[in-house]
Structure formats: structure tokens, C-alpha cells
Design a binder for this molecule. Structure first.
Ligand code: UD1
Ligand code: CA
Length: 455
């Protein structure tokens, strides 16, 4: 039996009041659509398709930059969820069973989809709705059951009678269909309802033979139509992720201000301190201390690393490295084992060799630094000539004096040194000392000092 998945992502999401399509609004700093695509990939469908519409270029760009083998279908006008699904007819035709998901219900997971499919097959239904029982059903479609308890229809909020509005079993917006029956039902939809839209939910009545898989955890189907919905989802998911990390051996003294993305991996005995945000595909090893006030995005970090008030993006930090307080790694850095980076240091697109020390107030850009190098306070690699970026090379065990400017492109040989305050524009051979500064001028009996003495 072949399976396909159609994710609906065409709506504008006016209630979000965003310049982006709603499905790109973020939950823990990852677009909601990404969460749904991850669930679909986890399930292992033979085919996955996304229906785009409002600002399709943005949605398509997000998909192509982050996922492979996802086809997209364009809905030119947002005429409802039923119309949206019909745009993916080509995908539906090519599989036996099709699962329809909403791009704005990010907590769906592969296990729920599997359980619902099992029920779908067991009951021989034409459509199986993933539903949930919740205390405040306002805004969701209600599951209408007949006297025998069988699912008869889905009624949208706007079309509910007062009695129907009392029903607390809601449509999660996720369904399994037999493809052939869905394809037969779609052309029969009409838009004679309160919204004037072609509702996918009307397929339930048209197909007739419907079942519902009721989720044990109602939050699985929670959708976000407004910023407030998103805020609530963020709260729920944030704590869930942090508690799961605790189960895996990660420590927290408090959860205040700590935000960790769903794809982040952290080793045991690592302590995360307050106001720390860790996102993207970051992997952190064991026995580290991260925070307070740190922001780590898409980094690979080894074991026994200490990051105190650090921002680091798209970089690799090996074992036993200490950084901070108040320092930044911009994209493209590789910081080797045992490196020490102190306060107010910025490093960009550079390789820093083992046990090198960059203790204070230094900028290193586009640099290749060997092992055991020492930077004095206030060193700068001048990597930009106003037109192009150039690299600086520093050999192992070099000693860069305080306030050295290295004007790239320039090479400092192994074991070479620069005098404090030097501006180095030419290559320095290994073992040499380069000093470049004006001769001191002494003005004897200088008037200014007599004036000061009187004070
Ligand atoms: C929908 C369901 C409702 C269910 C709820 C669950 C219908 C008619 N209603 O309502 O029963 O309880 O989801 O969250 O299906 N979309 C398109 N094209 C369109 C319209 C929507 O692609 O023309 C997409 C949206 O981007 C969104 C999804 O379909 O990702 C759901 O649309 P939305 O308008 O949010 O439906 P709800 O009112 O939440
Ligand atoms: Ca919705």
C-alpha cells in the first residue's frame, strides 16, 4: 500500500497580521510548516506535497532550502481547504492512501499518524479524521456523530447551530483518505456556507463512511491562527522540550528565559543557565556550561566547553574551549580544542588552532591561526580594504603583541612576534620580531605638567 501526504499551506493567515504566509510564522524559532514537514518525513510517506498560495515564493524558498523531494502545488486563489487539496490531485492519484495535514498545526507527529492509519484500515473507513476532545472548542470544526455514535459530518464554527457549538470533540484538520474516494468527493464540494469557501471537511458527509481517531493528547492537533495561539503553543512546547532534555541528563537550575529548539541535541551533565537561546541544528556535547545570556545557532560544540555570555552562529567549537564573557563567533569559525577566548572578542570566518589564547578586546576576521598562539589585548586583523576581504595567516606559537593591527593579506611565520602597537603590512618570517612604531619624542620641562602640578 502506498501513502502520500498533502500539507495545506496556501492561506494568508490574516489573523496573524504578518507579512509572511501564516505557515512561516515560527514556533520556537522554526516555521510551523517545518514542524509539519518533519512529522511527515518521520512517518515516511512515499510522497509529500505542499499546497502553496499566498506569497508562494516565500513558502517555496523555505521548503527548497530545508527539505528534499517535496513537491509543491499552487492554489492561485484561497477558495478553501477543499479547493486547496484538489490542487494536489496528481499526487493523490499516484498513491493508495493520502493523509491531509494543515501547515498551521505544528504539533502533529508520526506516531499519531500511524495510529490513525491503523484505525483507518481496521474500520475500512473511506476517511478517518484525527480529532480531540477539548474544553474550549471555539474556532474549530465540530465532529457531528449520529445516534449510534458514528461520525456523520464536520460542522465549522461559523455554520454551527447553538447545540452543535456545544460539542467538544473537534476536527484536528488532519485526515486519512482512501485516495479514490477523496478524488470522487472533491468535485462534489460547494461553497454554500457561512464563509463561501470549499470546505474539505464536507468530504466527510459526501464519502459517508467516516471514522475518527481521538488523540489522547489534545495538544497534538492544536492549530495557531493568531499570535496568541502561537504564544500559547510556544509555552507548551518550550517546557516539553526542556523536560525531555532533563530526562536525557541535561541540567537546569531555572527555566527562566531558556529557549531550546526542537532539533537541538545536548549531552548529559551539561548545564544550561538562564536567558540562553539555542536553536537550529545545534549539537552540544557532555559536561558543558552554556550561559547565562548566550545565543547559539546552528553550532557544533564538543565536551567540557564553557560559553559565558556568548553569541555563536554557524561555527564549530571543539572540546575544552572556554569563551566569554561577552564575545561573539560569527559564521564560519572553527575553534580547536583547548582554545581560550576572553571578553569582548569577535571572530568571523576563521580557524583558531589548538590551545591558542585570544584573551581580550580583539577582532579576528578571515584568519587562519595556528596552535599555541597568544594574542595580547586589542589586536585587530584588518581584513577589508573597502572592496575585498583578505586573509591573515598566523603560524603556530606566534606572539601577537597588544594593539597589533595585521593588515591583510599578511602572514606571520611560526614562532614570530610583533611588538605592541605595531601595524604590520608585510609578511613576518618565522622566529622574527616585527616592530613598527614611531620613535618616542621627549619634550623636557613641558608646560602642561607644571599646570597640573598646581592642582
Ligand atoms: C480548519 C478546518 C477545521 C479544523 C481546523 C483545525 C476546514 C474548512 N476547517 O479550519 O474544521 O478544526 O482547520 O486546525 O477545513 N489553506 C489553504 N488554502 C485555502 C484555505 C486554507 O491552503 O484556501 C490552508 C491554510 O494555510 C492552513 C490550512 O489550510 O494551513 C487550514 O486553513 P485555516 O483557514 O486555518 O482553517 P481553520 O479555519 O483553522
Ligand atoms: Ca487553522
Amino acid at each position: 500500500m502506498t501513502t502520500g501526504c498533502v500539507i495545506l499551506a496556501g492561506g494568508a493567515g490574516k489573523r496573524m497580521k504578518s507579512e509572511k504566509p501564516k505557515v512561516l510564522c515560527e514556533l520556537l524559532k522554526k516555521p510551523m510548516l517545518g514542524w509539519v514537514l518533519d512529522a511527515a518525513e518521520d512517518f515516511g510517506f512515499d510522497k509529500i506535497g505542499v499546497v502553496t498560495g499566498y506569497k508562494r515564493e516565500m513558502t517555496e524558498e523555505y521548503i527548497s532550502q530545508n527539505y528534499d523531494k517535496i513537491s509543491t502545488y499552487f492554489q492561485d486563489e484561497q477558495k478553501g481547504t477543499g479547493d486547496a487539496v484538489s490542487r494536489a490531485a496528481e499526487l493523490i492519484k499516484s498513491v493508495d492512501r493520502v493523509c491531509v495535514l494543515c501547515g498551521d498545526a505544528p504539533l502533529m507527529n508520526a506516531e499519531t499518524l500511524k495510529n490513525a492509519l491503523t484505525l483507518h484500515e481496521k474500520t475500512n473507513a473511506g476517511v478517518t479524521i484525527i480529532s480531540a476532545e477539548i474544553s474550549n472548542p471555539f474556532g474549530y470544526g465540530r465532529i457531528i456523530r449520529d445516534n449510534s455514535g458514528k461520525v456523520a459530518a464536520i460542522r465549522e464554527q461559523k455554520d454551527c447551530s447553538p447545540e452543535e457549538a456545544e460539542i467538544c470533540e473537534i476536527n484536528g484538520g488532519a485526515y486519512w483518505f482512501n485516495s479514490a474516494e477523496l478524488l470522487e468527493a472533491l468535485p462534489k464540494l460547494n461553497n454554500k456556507n457561512a464563509s463561501g469557501e470549499f470546505y474539505l471537511t464536507d468530504c466527510v458527509e459526501i464519502i459517508g463512511n467516516a471514522a475518527a481517531y481521538i488523540c489522547e493528547q489534545p495538544e497534538t492537533i492544536a492549530g495557531a491562527n493568531t499570535r496568541k495561539d502561537l504564544f500559547e503553543l510556544n509555552n507548551t512546547v518550550r517546557e516539553k522540550i526542556l523536560y525531555k532534555l532533563m530526562d536525557e541528563g541535561v541540567s537546569f537550575i531555572t527555566l527562566d528565559g531558556i529557549i531550546i529548539g526542537k532539533d537541538v541535541k545536548i549531552g548529559a551533565d551539561t548545564l544550561i543557565l538562564p536567558n540562553t537561546i539555542i536553536t537550529g541544528k545545534t549539537v552540544i556535547g557532555k559536561n558543558c556550561e552554556i550561559g547565562a545570556n548566550s545565543h547559539i545557532e546552528d553550532c557544533t560544540i564538543g565536551d567540557n566547553v564553557v560559553l559565558d555570555n556568548v553569541k555563536a552562529v554557524s561555527s564549530t567549537i571543539e572540546d575544552d574551549v572556554k569563551i566569554g564573557p561577552f564575545s561573539q563567533l560569527r559564521p564560519g569559525c572553527v575553534i580547536k580544542k583547548g582554545v581560550k577566548i576572553g571578553d569582548f572578542v569577535e571572530i568571523k570566518n576563521s580557524n583558531i588552532g589548538e590551545n591558542t589564547a585570544v584573551a581580550h578586546l580583539t577582532y579576528l576576521g578571515d584568519s587562519d591561526v595556528g596552535r599555541g598562539v597568544n594574542f595580547g589585548c586589542g589586536c585587530v586583523t584588518a581584513n577589508y580594504d573597502g572592496v575585498k576581504k583578505h586573509r591573515t595567516e598566523i603560524g603556530s606559537h606566534a606572539f601577537i603583541g597588544c594593539n597589533t593591527n595585521l593588515i591583510a593579506p599578511v602572514k606571520i611565520g611560526e614562532n614570530a612576534a610583533t611588538g605592541a602597537g605595531s601595524t604590520i603590512t608585510v609578511d613576518v618570517p618565522e622566529n622574527a620580531l616585527a616592530v613598527e612604531r614611531g620613535k618616542a619624542k621627549i619634550y623636557e620641562n613641558w608646560h602642561g605638567n607644571f599646570e597640573r602640578k598646581k592642582k
